[in-house]
Design a protein around this ligand. Structure first.
Ligand code: IPT
Length: 483
């Protein structure tokens, strides 16, 4: 073989070998669409339940008979809502434009049961407009709840579902056309059982044609159109595991149906991740009686861990009061949660460790990538390895009581069994019970446990459907604000 040929071959090898070794893993199983990826990255969304119920005595589900005149916030300021979200680091918000009572917060052309006939601003006001304008001003992504169930319309002798299909369709069209970019629409299943697939198909087409990036929350009959699903309760307790994949159409009994919502299924045939809706107060709407029952920072931290920390997105409700303002306790508790989150997750205690992995796909996918904060780098093994151990030798003995791990969601749910151990000599390992034989990872998984002191930490990826792709792994000390 002549020198020239050899050199060419060497150059070719130098070029190709690393390229082959550094090829990203292929997606495994079902993967998220672009709306779902954007939604996951929000982590938290604010819910605002505000409407005619706010002006009645302890009503959460109005009967459609309240007089429109009573709607009269004395100091509505959506900017104040947005400042609460900014302090809490919440990038998105959903307003109840129409709840089950049927009263509309915007001057709809298609009904009189709306702000046009309220005392507020002599009927010239538009809460939806003020909301979307404030969202835009503060850089918050606006979303709309247009309740599919409508008690006011049901009271009409002319009511039938065909008529309602058009009525709601016109209203959806107004909201999707006249208020700028809408990032989410919320199809509450409550009371909407009579609405069938053809009705939702019509509404779905309106959303999709007007707002291509709008995430659809769906449940029950709207489920097949949904980007994100209900997770089965209103208490903030997402399942463990919680897979983004579940059944497209539930044909199971009721218990299995709820399990499918709450936990999903690793082998499910639809990618519809779980959204966790919960109120910061006992009720969805504001009641002065509940001013001293606002969830504490500790309770909010628990909910954060069982929602965001369980591969879900937290939709947390703040009910504005009769002035049209958020109560200071609600705002304060959320701002403190944010401070506690930043203090806790600001320092990955594994940073600076010496890292040893049982297998690495190539330098581009090295295990150290799990410790940086770069959203584009991750750890992966070669395709033939569905398991891996990664050992971290910490710079010094360190105390921690929390761990966090993130998979590359774009590549699907890959790992379905993992554990964390620690050691002080690098030979004898102790399991962390709360972090043993865990199943799902997804966008983010958080475990909390009794404080341990360790010089070594080991992440064991024990099983999966394809080679692991882990974006972040860390151990942390929970901030005293949260405890
Ligand atoms: C419940 C609905 O049944 C469900 O479909 C979903 O919309 C959920 O609300 C949202 O929280 S009804 C509620 C009283 C549990």
């Amino acid at each position: 073989m002549n020198i020239r040929k050899l050199t060419t071959m060497a150059a070719f090898a130098a070029l190709t070998i690393p390229l082959v070794a550094q090829k990203a893993p292929e997606p495994a199983g079902l993967t998220p669409n672009s709306r779902q990826i954007e939604w996951y990255n929000r982590e938290m969304i604010a819910f605002f339940h505000f409407g005619i119920n706010t002006f009645e005595d302890f009503v959460n589900e109005g009967d459609g008979r309240a007089n429109t005149a009573i709607f009269n916030p004395t100091a509505l300021d959506c900017g104040q809502w947005m400042r609460t979200l900014q302090a809490a680091g919440i990038p998105s918000a959903i307003l109840t434009a129409k709840h089950a009572d049927g009263f509309c917060l915007w001057p709809s052309k298609y009904t009189d049961y709306c702000v046009k006939n309220s005392t507020w601003k002599d009927g010239k006001g538009d809460v939806v407009r003020e909301f979307v304008d404030a969202c835009e001003e503060y850089g918050i992504k606006a979303g709309i709840y247009l309740g599919p169930h409508d008690r006011y319309e049901h009271l009409s002798p002319l009511y039938n579902t065909q008529r309602y299909k058009d009525y709601y369709g016109h209203q959806l069209n107004e909201l999707m056309s006249d208020y700028g970019k809408i990032w989410e629409t919320w199809w509450d299943g409550a009371g909407a059982d009579e609405l069938t697939t053809p009705i939702y198909t019509h509404w779905y087409n309106i959303v999709r044609s007007k707002q291509p990036d709008c995430v659809i929350f769906g449940t029950k009959n709207s489920y097949r159109f949904a980007d994100v699903r209900w997770m089965g309760n209103e208490a903030g307790h997402t399942g463990d595991p919680c897979w983004a994949t579940t059944d497209s159409i539930s044909i199971r009994d009721e218990a299995a149906h709820y399990q499918g919502l709450n936990e999903g299924f690793f082998g499910g045939d639809a990618y519809v991740p779980a959204e966790t809706d919960v109120s910061i107060r006992p009720s969805w709407f504001y009641h002065e009686e509940e001013d001293n029952r606002v969830k504490s920072v500790q309770e909010l931290w628990d909910i954060y861990c069982t929602s965001v920390g369980r591969n879900s997105v937290l939709l947390i409700n703040f009910p504005p009061d009769r002035r049209g303002l958020l109560h200071s306790t609600d705002s304060l508790h959320m701002a403190l949660l944010r401070k506690g989150l930043d203090e806790t997750f600001g320092t990955n205690l594994l940073k600076g460790s010496k890292v040893k992995a049982s297998n690495v796909r190539g330098n581009k996918f090295k295990a150290e990538n799990m410790l940086d904060t770069d959203k584009t780098t991750y750890f992966a093994t070669s395709d033939s390895h569905k398991t891996a151990n990664v050992e971290f030798a910490l710079p010094r003995q360190t105390e921690f009581d929390c761990a966090m791990i993130q998979e590359v969601i774009e590549l699907g749910h890959r790992t379905n069994k993992w554990s964390i151990e620690y050691s002080n000599d690098g030979k004898n390992w102790t399991a962390i019970p709360e972090a043993t034989n865990k199943q799902s990872i997804g966008y983010k998984w958080i475990v909390r446990f009794e404080p341990v002191k360790a010089r070594y930490v080991r992440l064991n990826i024990q099983d999966g459907r394809a080679c692991p792709a882990i974006h972040t792994f860390g151990v942390y000390k929970q901030s005293s604000i949260l405890k």
